[in-house]
Design a protein around this ligand. Structure first.
Ligand SMILES: *[C@@H]1O[C@H](CO)[C@@H](O)[C@H](O)[C@H]1NC(C)=O
Ligand SMILES: *[C@@H]1O[C@H](CO)[C@@H](O)[C@H](O)[C@H]1NC(C)=O
Ligand SMILES: *[C@@H]1O[C@H](CO)[C@@H](O)[C@H](O)[C@H]1NC(C)=O
Length: 304
C-alpha cells in the first residue's frame, strides 16, 4: 500500500502545486459574509439575517490581477460547515430522489421527512439546507453571462435524481432552512440541488455555481451583485466567492495528495515495525524453545 499510495499522492500534490499549474490557475477570492452585513447590524448578525424585512442585496468589487481565460469557474466556498456530520449525511432518501412520491418511506429523512402529514420531496436535512445566495456579475456596465448548466456531475443527473420527480411540499413548513425549488422543474434538472447534495467530506468546501464564458483582462473590475440570504452566522461559518480558472483536479486542493502520502507513509512505517517485531520475537521464541530443550536434554542426560 505504501508503495502505491506515496507516488500517487506525490503526483496529485504536484498537479495542484507545480509551477506550471500554479501559474496557470488564477483565482480571486472574496469573503463577503461580514462586509455584506450593514455596519449597525454587525453586533447581531443572526437577527439581521433572520429579518425578512431587511433587503439582503450587496455589491462587491473583484479586481482581476491577471488575465483569466474562459471558462472561469464560479464557486461559493463555505468554511466551518460540517456537511459531513453523520446525522446530516444520512438525512436523505436516495430512493425518493429517484422515484418521488411513489416511494413512500421517508423515515431516513428525519427530522425533515413530512409536513402537514404529507411527504416532502426532496426530503431530509441536506435538501432542506440548500444554499441560497445568488450572484450576478457586471463588467463595465454590461452583465457577464453566467452559464449555470452542467455544473453537476453527469452521473448524478442521469442516475440519482429522477426525470419525473418534481419538488413537492418543499420548504413549506414554519422553519425555512435554505433555498426553495421551482416545483415545475424535475429534480434531474435542479442542478444547484444536485451539487449541494453531493456532500463535502471536509468542513471547508467549494461548490460550483456556474461558469463565466468570457475572458477577463488584467485590471478589469467585476461588480458582483449578490443576495446574502444564507444563514451561516448562527454557527460562525464563513462565506466566500471564488472566481477560478481551475486545474484538472478542480482548483487548488491539496487534501487528496496529502491524504495519499499520509496513508502511504503510515503503511510503510507499520510494515517496518511489524517486520522488526516479527524478527525480534521469532528470535526470542526460538531461544526460549532452545533453552527448554537443552534443559530437558540435560536433565535426561543426568538420569542416563
Ligand atoms: C439594494 O437595493 C436597493 C434597491 O434596489 C438599492 O437602493 C441599494 O443601494 C442596494 N443596496 C446595496 C448594498 O447594494
Ligand atoms: C404547503 O402547505 C399547505 C398546507 O399548510 C398546502 O395546502 C400546500 O399545498 C402546500 N404547498 C405545496 C407547494 O406543497
Ligand atoms: C435562504 O435561506 C435562509 C436560511 O439559511 C432562510 O432563512 C431564507 O428565508 C432563505 N431565503 C430565500 C430567499 O430563499
Amino acid at each position: 500500500m505504501g508503495v502505491i499510495f506515496i507516488p500517487v499522492g506525490l503526483v496529485t500534490l504536484r498537479a495542484s502545486h507545480c509551477v506550471i499549474f500554479h501559474s496557470m490557475v488564477v483565482e480571486i477570492v472574496d469573503r463577503y459574509d461580514i462586509d455584506c452585513v450593514p455596519e449597525p447590524s454587525r453586533m447581531d448578525k443572526v437577527s439581521y439575517i433572520q429579518d425578512d424585512s431587511i433587503p439582503k442585496n450587496c455589491s462587491r468589487f473583484m479586481k482581476v490581477h491577471k488575465y483569466m481565460k474562459a471558462p472561469i469557474y464560479i464557486y461559493y466556498q463555505l468554511d466551518n460547515y460540517y456537511q459531513n456530520h453523520r446525522r446530516y449525511v444520512k438525512s436523505r432518501s436516495d430512493k425518493q430522489l429517484l422515484d418521488g412520491q411513489k416511494y413512500r418511506d421517508t423515515s431516513s429523512c428525519q427530522p425533515v421527512e413530512s409536513n402537514n402529514n404529507r411527504p416532502i420531496v426532496p426530503c431530509g436535512l441536506i435538501a432542506w439546507s440548500l444554499f441560497n445566495d445568488t450572484f450576478e456579475f457586471i463588467r463595465e456596465g454590461a452583465e457577464l453571462k453566467v452559464n449555470r448548466k452542467n455544473i453537476a456531475w453527469k452521473s448524478d443527473r442521469g442516475h440519482k435524481f429522477g426525470k419525473n420527480v418534481y419538488p413537492f411540499n418543499f420548504q413549506n413548513g414554519t422553519l425555512i432552512g435554505g433555498g426553495k425549488l421551482n416545483p415545475e422543474i424535475p429534480l434531474s434538472d435542479q442542478e444547484d440541488l444536485i451539487v449541494w447534495m453531493r456532500t463535502s467530506a471536509l468542513p471547508s468546501f467549494r461548490k460550483l455555481y456556474g461558469r463565466i464564458e468570457e475572458d477577463l483582462d488584467v485590471d478589469d473590475v467585476v461588480v458582483v451583485n449578490l443576495m446574502n440570504n444564507y444563514n451561516t452566522y448562527s454557527f460562525g461559518g464563513k462565506k466566500k466567492l471564488v472566481l477560478s480558472t481551475s486545474s484538472w483536479l478542480g482548483g487548488k486542493n491539496d487534501f487528496l495528495g496529502h491524504a495519499c502520502v499520509f496513508v502511504g507513509c503510515s503503511s510503510l512505517t507499520l510494515a517496518i515495525i511489524f517486520m522488526l517485531l516479527h524478527a525480534l520475537w521469532r528470535h526470542e521464541l526460538f531461544t526460549l524453545e532452545q533453552e527448554k530443550l537443552f534443559r530437558v536434554i540435560r536433565t535426561r542426560s543426568t538420569y542416563i
